[in-house]
Write a protein that binds this ligand. Structure first.
Ligand SMILES: C[S@@+](CC[C@H](N)C(=O)[O-])C[C@H]1O[C@@H](n2cnc3c(N)ncnc32)[C@H](O)[C@@H]1O
Length: 265
């Protein structure tokens, strides 16, 4: 028996298929084949979808979920992660960020642009167990929504770089991709200033929104570190509070009444 990452995209119109063979015991690391028994194969179709502000996102039919808000992918990323998260911690100077659910890399690209504009040094760590094929990401056209020389090369590096290794995109911005689920990740203690929690919504993936995940994240954050998410569900807010966060309800991005920002006190 053999196992491995399915690297080839089987293209059909605007959709793309990619898949991962799940091992009984080991997780795949950086697309290398590991020995072990195959117990199942996941094939997730992802379709390109134009959102309300004209920027693209991906739709996952099996989950009936989008990667970003259907009302506006760019608007949501800017509002939730940059304006409500990055700008809140920007005064600290050197910022350690963890993104849970790296996906298309849109949040990361927007953070890179903001870091360079504000001359802030960033170490950007990310968790993503199901990396996307670069050929699909390219089609999303994110390089055209930012005004940043070299955006295409930077976005390609984010997606094509080896997992587990820090890469410097320029003198201000370093990035590391970790192909791992949050539940299996070993996070450092008291390190991160800012968390981008960008999992699928609780109705699609409830396991991403449980108190044990929040405690793991809380322990990995510095005092006064900031956690932001587009999700505003009452149970999520209460679980964050019970974990020890001070939680604020902020106005949401277009089409959403509220979002959450939580601070480690
Ligand atoms: C809402 S999408 C993320 C959108 C992403 N931040 C972007 O800008 O494209 C959720 C992401 O979480 C990833 N994911 C799924 N299960 C996960 C897990 N157990 N741990 C971490 N990430 C997970 C998915 O593969 C997907 O890329």
């Amino acid at each position: 028996m053999r196992s491995g990452l399915v690297k080839d995209c089987l293209k059909g119109g605007d959709s793309c298929y990619s898949g991962v063979y799940i091992e009984k015991t080991d997780w795949l690391i950086a697309g290398k084949y590991c020995a072990g028994q195959i117990i199942m194969q996941i094939i997730m179709e992802r379709r390109i979808h134009v959102t309300g502000d004209g920027s693209n996102t991906l739709f996952v039919p099996e989950l009936n979920e989008f990667y970003h808000s259907a009302k506006g992918a760019y608007s949501e990323s800017m509002h939730v992660f940059i304006d409500s998260g990055f700008k809140k911690v920007a005064e600290h100077g050197n910022i350690n960020i963890l993104e849970v659910g790296f996906g298309t890399g849109l949040n990361c690209l927007l953070t890179l642009v903001e870091a360079v504009n504000q001359n802030i040094s960033v170490f950007y760590d990310s968790l993503e167990p199901f990396p996307l094929d670069w050929r699909l990401v390219e089609k999303l056209g994110y390089i055209h929504i930012v005004d940043f020389p070299g955006a295409e090369k930077c976005l390609e590096i984010l997606h094509q770089s080896s997992a587990g290794t820090w890469m410097s995109l320029n003198k201000l911005f370093s990035f590391r991709k970790n192909i791992v689920k949050i539940e299996d990740a070993r996070l450092p203690a008291c390190k991160y200033d800012l968390i981008y929690y960008d999992a699928y919504a609780p109705k699609a993936q409830p396991a991403m929104w449980t108190p044990d995940k929040f405690l793991k994240i809380f322990d990995s954050m510095r005092l006064n570190g900031v956690f932001v998410t587009y999700c505003s569900r009452g149970q999520v807010r209460r679980d964050l509070q019970n974990t020890g966060f001070e939680v604020e309800r902020l106005p949401g991005p277009p089409g959403k009444k509220e979002m959450l920002r939580a601070i480690k006190r």
